[in-house]
Write a protein of this length. Sequence first.
Length: 211
Amino acid sequence: MFRATAGVHPHHASELRTDDLPRLRELLAAPEVGAAGECGLDYFRNFSPHADQERAFRWQLELAVESGKPVFLHQRDGHDALVAILKDYLPRLAGGVAHCFTGDGRELHDYLELGLSIGITGWICDERRGQHLRELVREIPLDRLLVETDAPYLLPRDLQPRPAHRRNEPKFLPHVVKVIAGCRGEDFPTVAAATTHNALKFFGFPDAAAR
Ligand SMILES: [Zn+2]
């Protein structure tokens, strides 16, 4: 079972034109497309000017509202601006996920208060950069937790044995779930079942809500 997302990453925000929006609207209406995104703000790389990023983000939020599908949010160094924009659409939006969450406690609780789900990747397996996430992941309610690969990026750093290539793959997800479960003091089957259920529901797989 697969679902796609459809959207324009903030890196490419400047390339998105009003002429493209009907095509994006069409993609979002397809049953195989489960969410709008990745969309959001990346003020870390700044590959597109902030004004372009904000405009493209608002367009995609509007399309997400229209489609009745949730948003798959990318954010780096743009938390406050993203929250301010998101608040204009949230009452009409079918939810969203803060994808590849690597932020601090304030950001986490802002997202939780807004009703978002939180996507955790193999970043949490990084003994240097992921240390704070190991604490914070305990504060995410189990029904708001999603596990992501971000493949081909973010190969978990503590895999044993270490793969010869640097490419991340979905087959390493159970390892990430094990690390998350360990941090939360929960067992692997509990976290695996809950996050699978959450993902099925988020991406609109049939009958997921009943499982
Ligand atoms: Zn991203």
